[in-house]
Design a protein around this ligand. Structure first.
Ligand code: SAH
Ligand code: SF4
Ligand code: F3S
Length: 471
């Protein structure tokens, strides 16, 4: 694999804009506005990428629609993290044979993390002839070229070269939500946790220049955005590949200096690199949300070593304890994998005891899924599936009880929340820690910070009433 980051030049990007112009002219000649549907699977990184895919489509004259039926272009932006995620994509891709039969001019594209796996692109080549284009995340910046080639040559396009990855500034974006924005600060991952496919499909870690990130954040805040979530697989190693000497904490501090009323969130932090400087920076700024997603994966030091996580149980607990000591109201969430190859009952119990000790606000829980090409996929795994399911259910029950207990304690509190939308007849809002609150109120309040008195709680969310207190 080539390990050098490619910086996409302005000239290369202008060429892509020129392809957008050609596509525009193509549809103008046919005298109609084409439509496009983008379906997103997986994590926030993919959500952010889909905003760029839509940006390019709109730039090329397409109107974005909400279903594949009848659309002139369908783009499936896929996730490879677990077997189940891939099966869903193949199922939905199969169903597109019908939409294409009803609309033979439909062009279908598969991109995202699955497109970075050779076994997937081979299968698409062989068994999914209705797919017109397949491109990995490294080639997203070339989407207009791929789309134009499909339209003009009628030939299938595969842009799947195995590359270290690139950084492209200036791709147009169509954002989903004017109040809340994703901002990628880095791409790829160097950690090679033994179970994980991400480093193989998204390439090596590479950071965007600080000035580009700051300019994007300034522009968002000036246009009324209230929450910025900084994205990266391991945000704590931001800047290590740059010569600027800025680390993640410095970046956070600089963004928080931008004038305006807004909150900064970020994900994901790797416990190996998250430390005192980060937590002190968070504690010092009212604009940095007191929310931390710090995946622990397992409570057993032996399993953590086999996962290649570079910390042990004690170091993890030390990190969390320090974070809580400087931010008493911290909302803490995490990811955990049950049934890693060779995990014993005792090791699983260590995971349960860590959860009891830390008391997370909520957890994202996964059963280990072997990914071809990763070291863990070939590790001996004697635990039967039923046993893994039993462990998984037990873990979820423990966490649900803790989430409920933590939520109960919100009752009676009056919290400043961002009103961000509606759910049936209710307004939805988020606390600073990111917890969901529902309350009755006027939808005209969407986009403002308001105080809400919490009156009820469930495992997943809170309910409340709007207070007159000034935000
Ligand atoms: N970069 C982030 C995680 C990205 S993937 C981090 O390191 O924390 C999101 C979560 O998916 C991981 O934290 C892990 O819990 C889970 N995951 C990744 N690969 C998996 C696999 N092969 N089987 C089950 N869960 C997995
Ligand atoms: Fe995967 Fe580990 Fe990288 Fe997260 S840090 S993306 S789990 S390899
Ligand atoms: Fe999935 Fe890729 Fe994200 S594998 S979890 S979409 S980085």
């Amino acid at each position: 694999m080539n390990t050098k980051t490619t910086v996409i030049s302005e000239a290369q990007l202008s060429l892509q804009y020129a392809f957008c112009d050609k596509i525009n002219a193509y549809w103008l000649q046919q005298n109609r506005t084409p439509t496009a549907y983008v379906e997103t699977y997986g994590c926030q990184q993919n959500e952010a990428d889909s905003e760029k895919l839509r940006g390019y489509l709109v730039q090329s004259g397409y109107a974005i629609v909400t279903e594949a039926e009848g659309a002139d272009a369908v783009v499936m932006n896929t996730c490879a993290i677990r077997e189940h995620a891939e099966q869903r994509v193949f199922g939905n891709l199969g169903a597109l044979t019908h939409t294409k039969r009803r609309h033979p001019e439909q062009k279908i594209f598969l991109c995202g993390c699955m497109a970075g796996e050779t076994k997937v692109s081979d299968r698409i080549k062989k068994s999914y002839p209705h797919v017109d284009g397949c491109f990995s995340t490294h080639h997203l910046w070339q989407f207009p070229e791929i789309l134009w080639n499909v339209l003009s040559t009628k030939k299938r396009q595969f842009y799947i070269a195995d590359e270290a990855g690139s950084i492209a500034e200036g791709i147009p974006q169509v954002r989903d939500n004017p109040l809340k924005a994703w901002v990628s600060i880095m791409y790829g991952c160097n950690n090679f946790c033994t179970y994980c496919i991400v480093p193989y499909v998204r390439g090596r870690e590479r950071s965007r220049r600080k000035e580009d990130i700051l300019a994007e954040c300034r522009c968002l805040i000036e246009s009324g955005c209230k929450e910025i979530t900084l994205l990266g697989q391991n945000v704590n190693s931001y800047g290590k590949d740059l010569e600027e000497g800025t680390d993640f904490s410095d970046l956070l501090a600089e963004i928080s200096q931008i004038p305006g009323e807004f909150l900064i969130r970020f994900m994901t932090s790797h416990p190996r690199d998250a430390g005192k400087k980060l937590f002190d920076t968070m504690a010092a700024s009212p604009k940095i949300a007191k929310q931390l997603h710090l995946p622990f994966q397992s409570g057993s030091s032996r399993v953590l070593k086999a996962m290649n996580r570079h910390y042990n149980r004690e170091k993890y607990l030390e990190t969390v304890n320090y974070a809580k000591s400087v931010m008493p109201d911290l909302v803490l969430t995490s990811d955990v994998i049950v049934g890693f190859p060779g995990e014993t009952e005792e090791e699983f119990e260590e995971t349960i005891s860590l959860i009891e000790q830390v008391r997370y606000d909520s957890l994202f829980t996964f059963i280990f899924s072997p990914r071809t090409g990763t070291p863990a996929a070939t590790m001996e795994d004697p635990t039967p599936k039923e046993e893994k399911n039993r462990r998984f259910d037990r873990l979820c029950a423990v966490q649900n009880r803790i989430s409920e207990e933590i939520h109960e304690r919100y009752i009676g509190k009056c919290l400043c929340c961002l009103i961000d939308g509606t759910d049936k007849e209710f307004l939805t809002a988020r606390t600073e820690g990111g917890r969901l609150v529902r309350c009755a109120g006027d939808p005209a309040l969407i986009g403002s910070y308001r105080h809400i008195t919490i009156t009820g709680a469930t495992t997943w969310s809170l309910t409340g009433t709007l207070s007159d207190k000034e935000a």
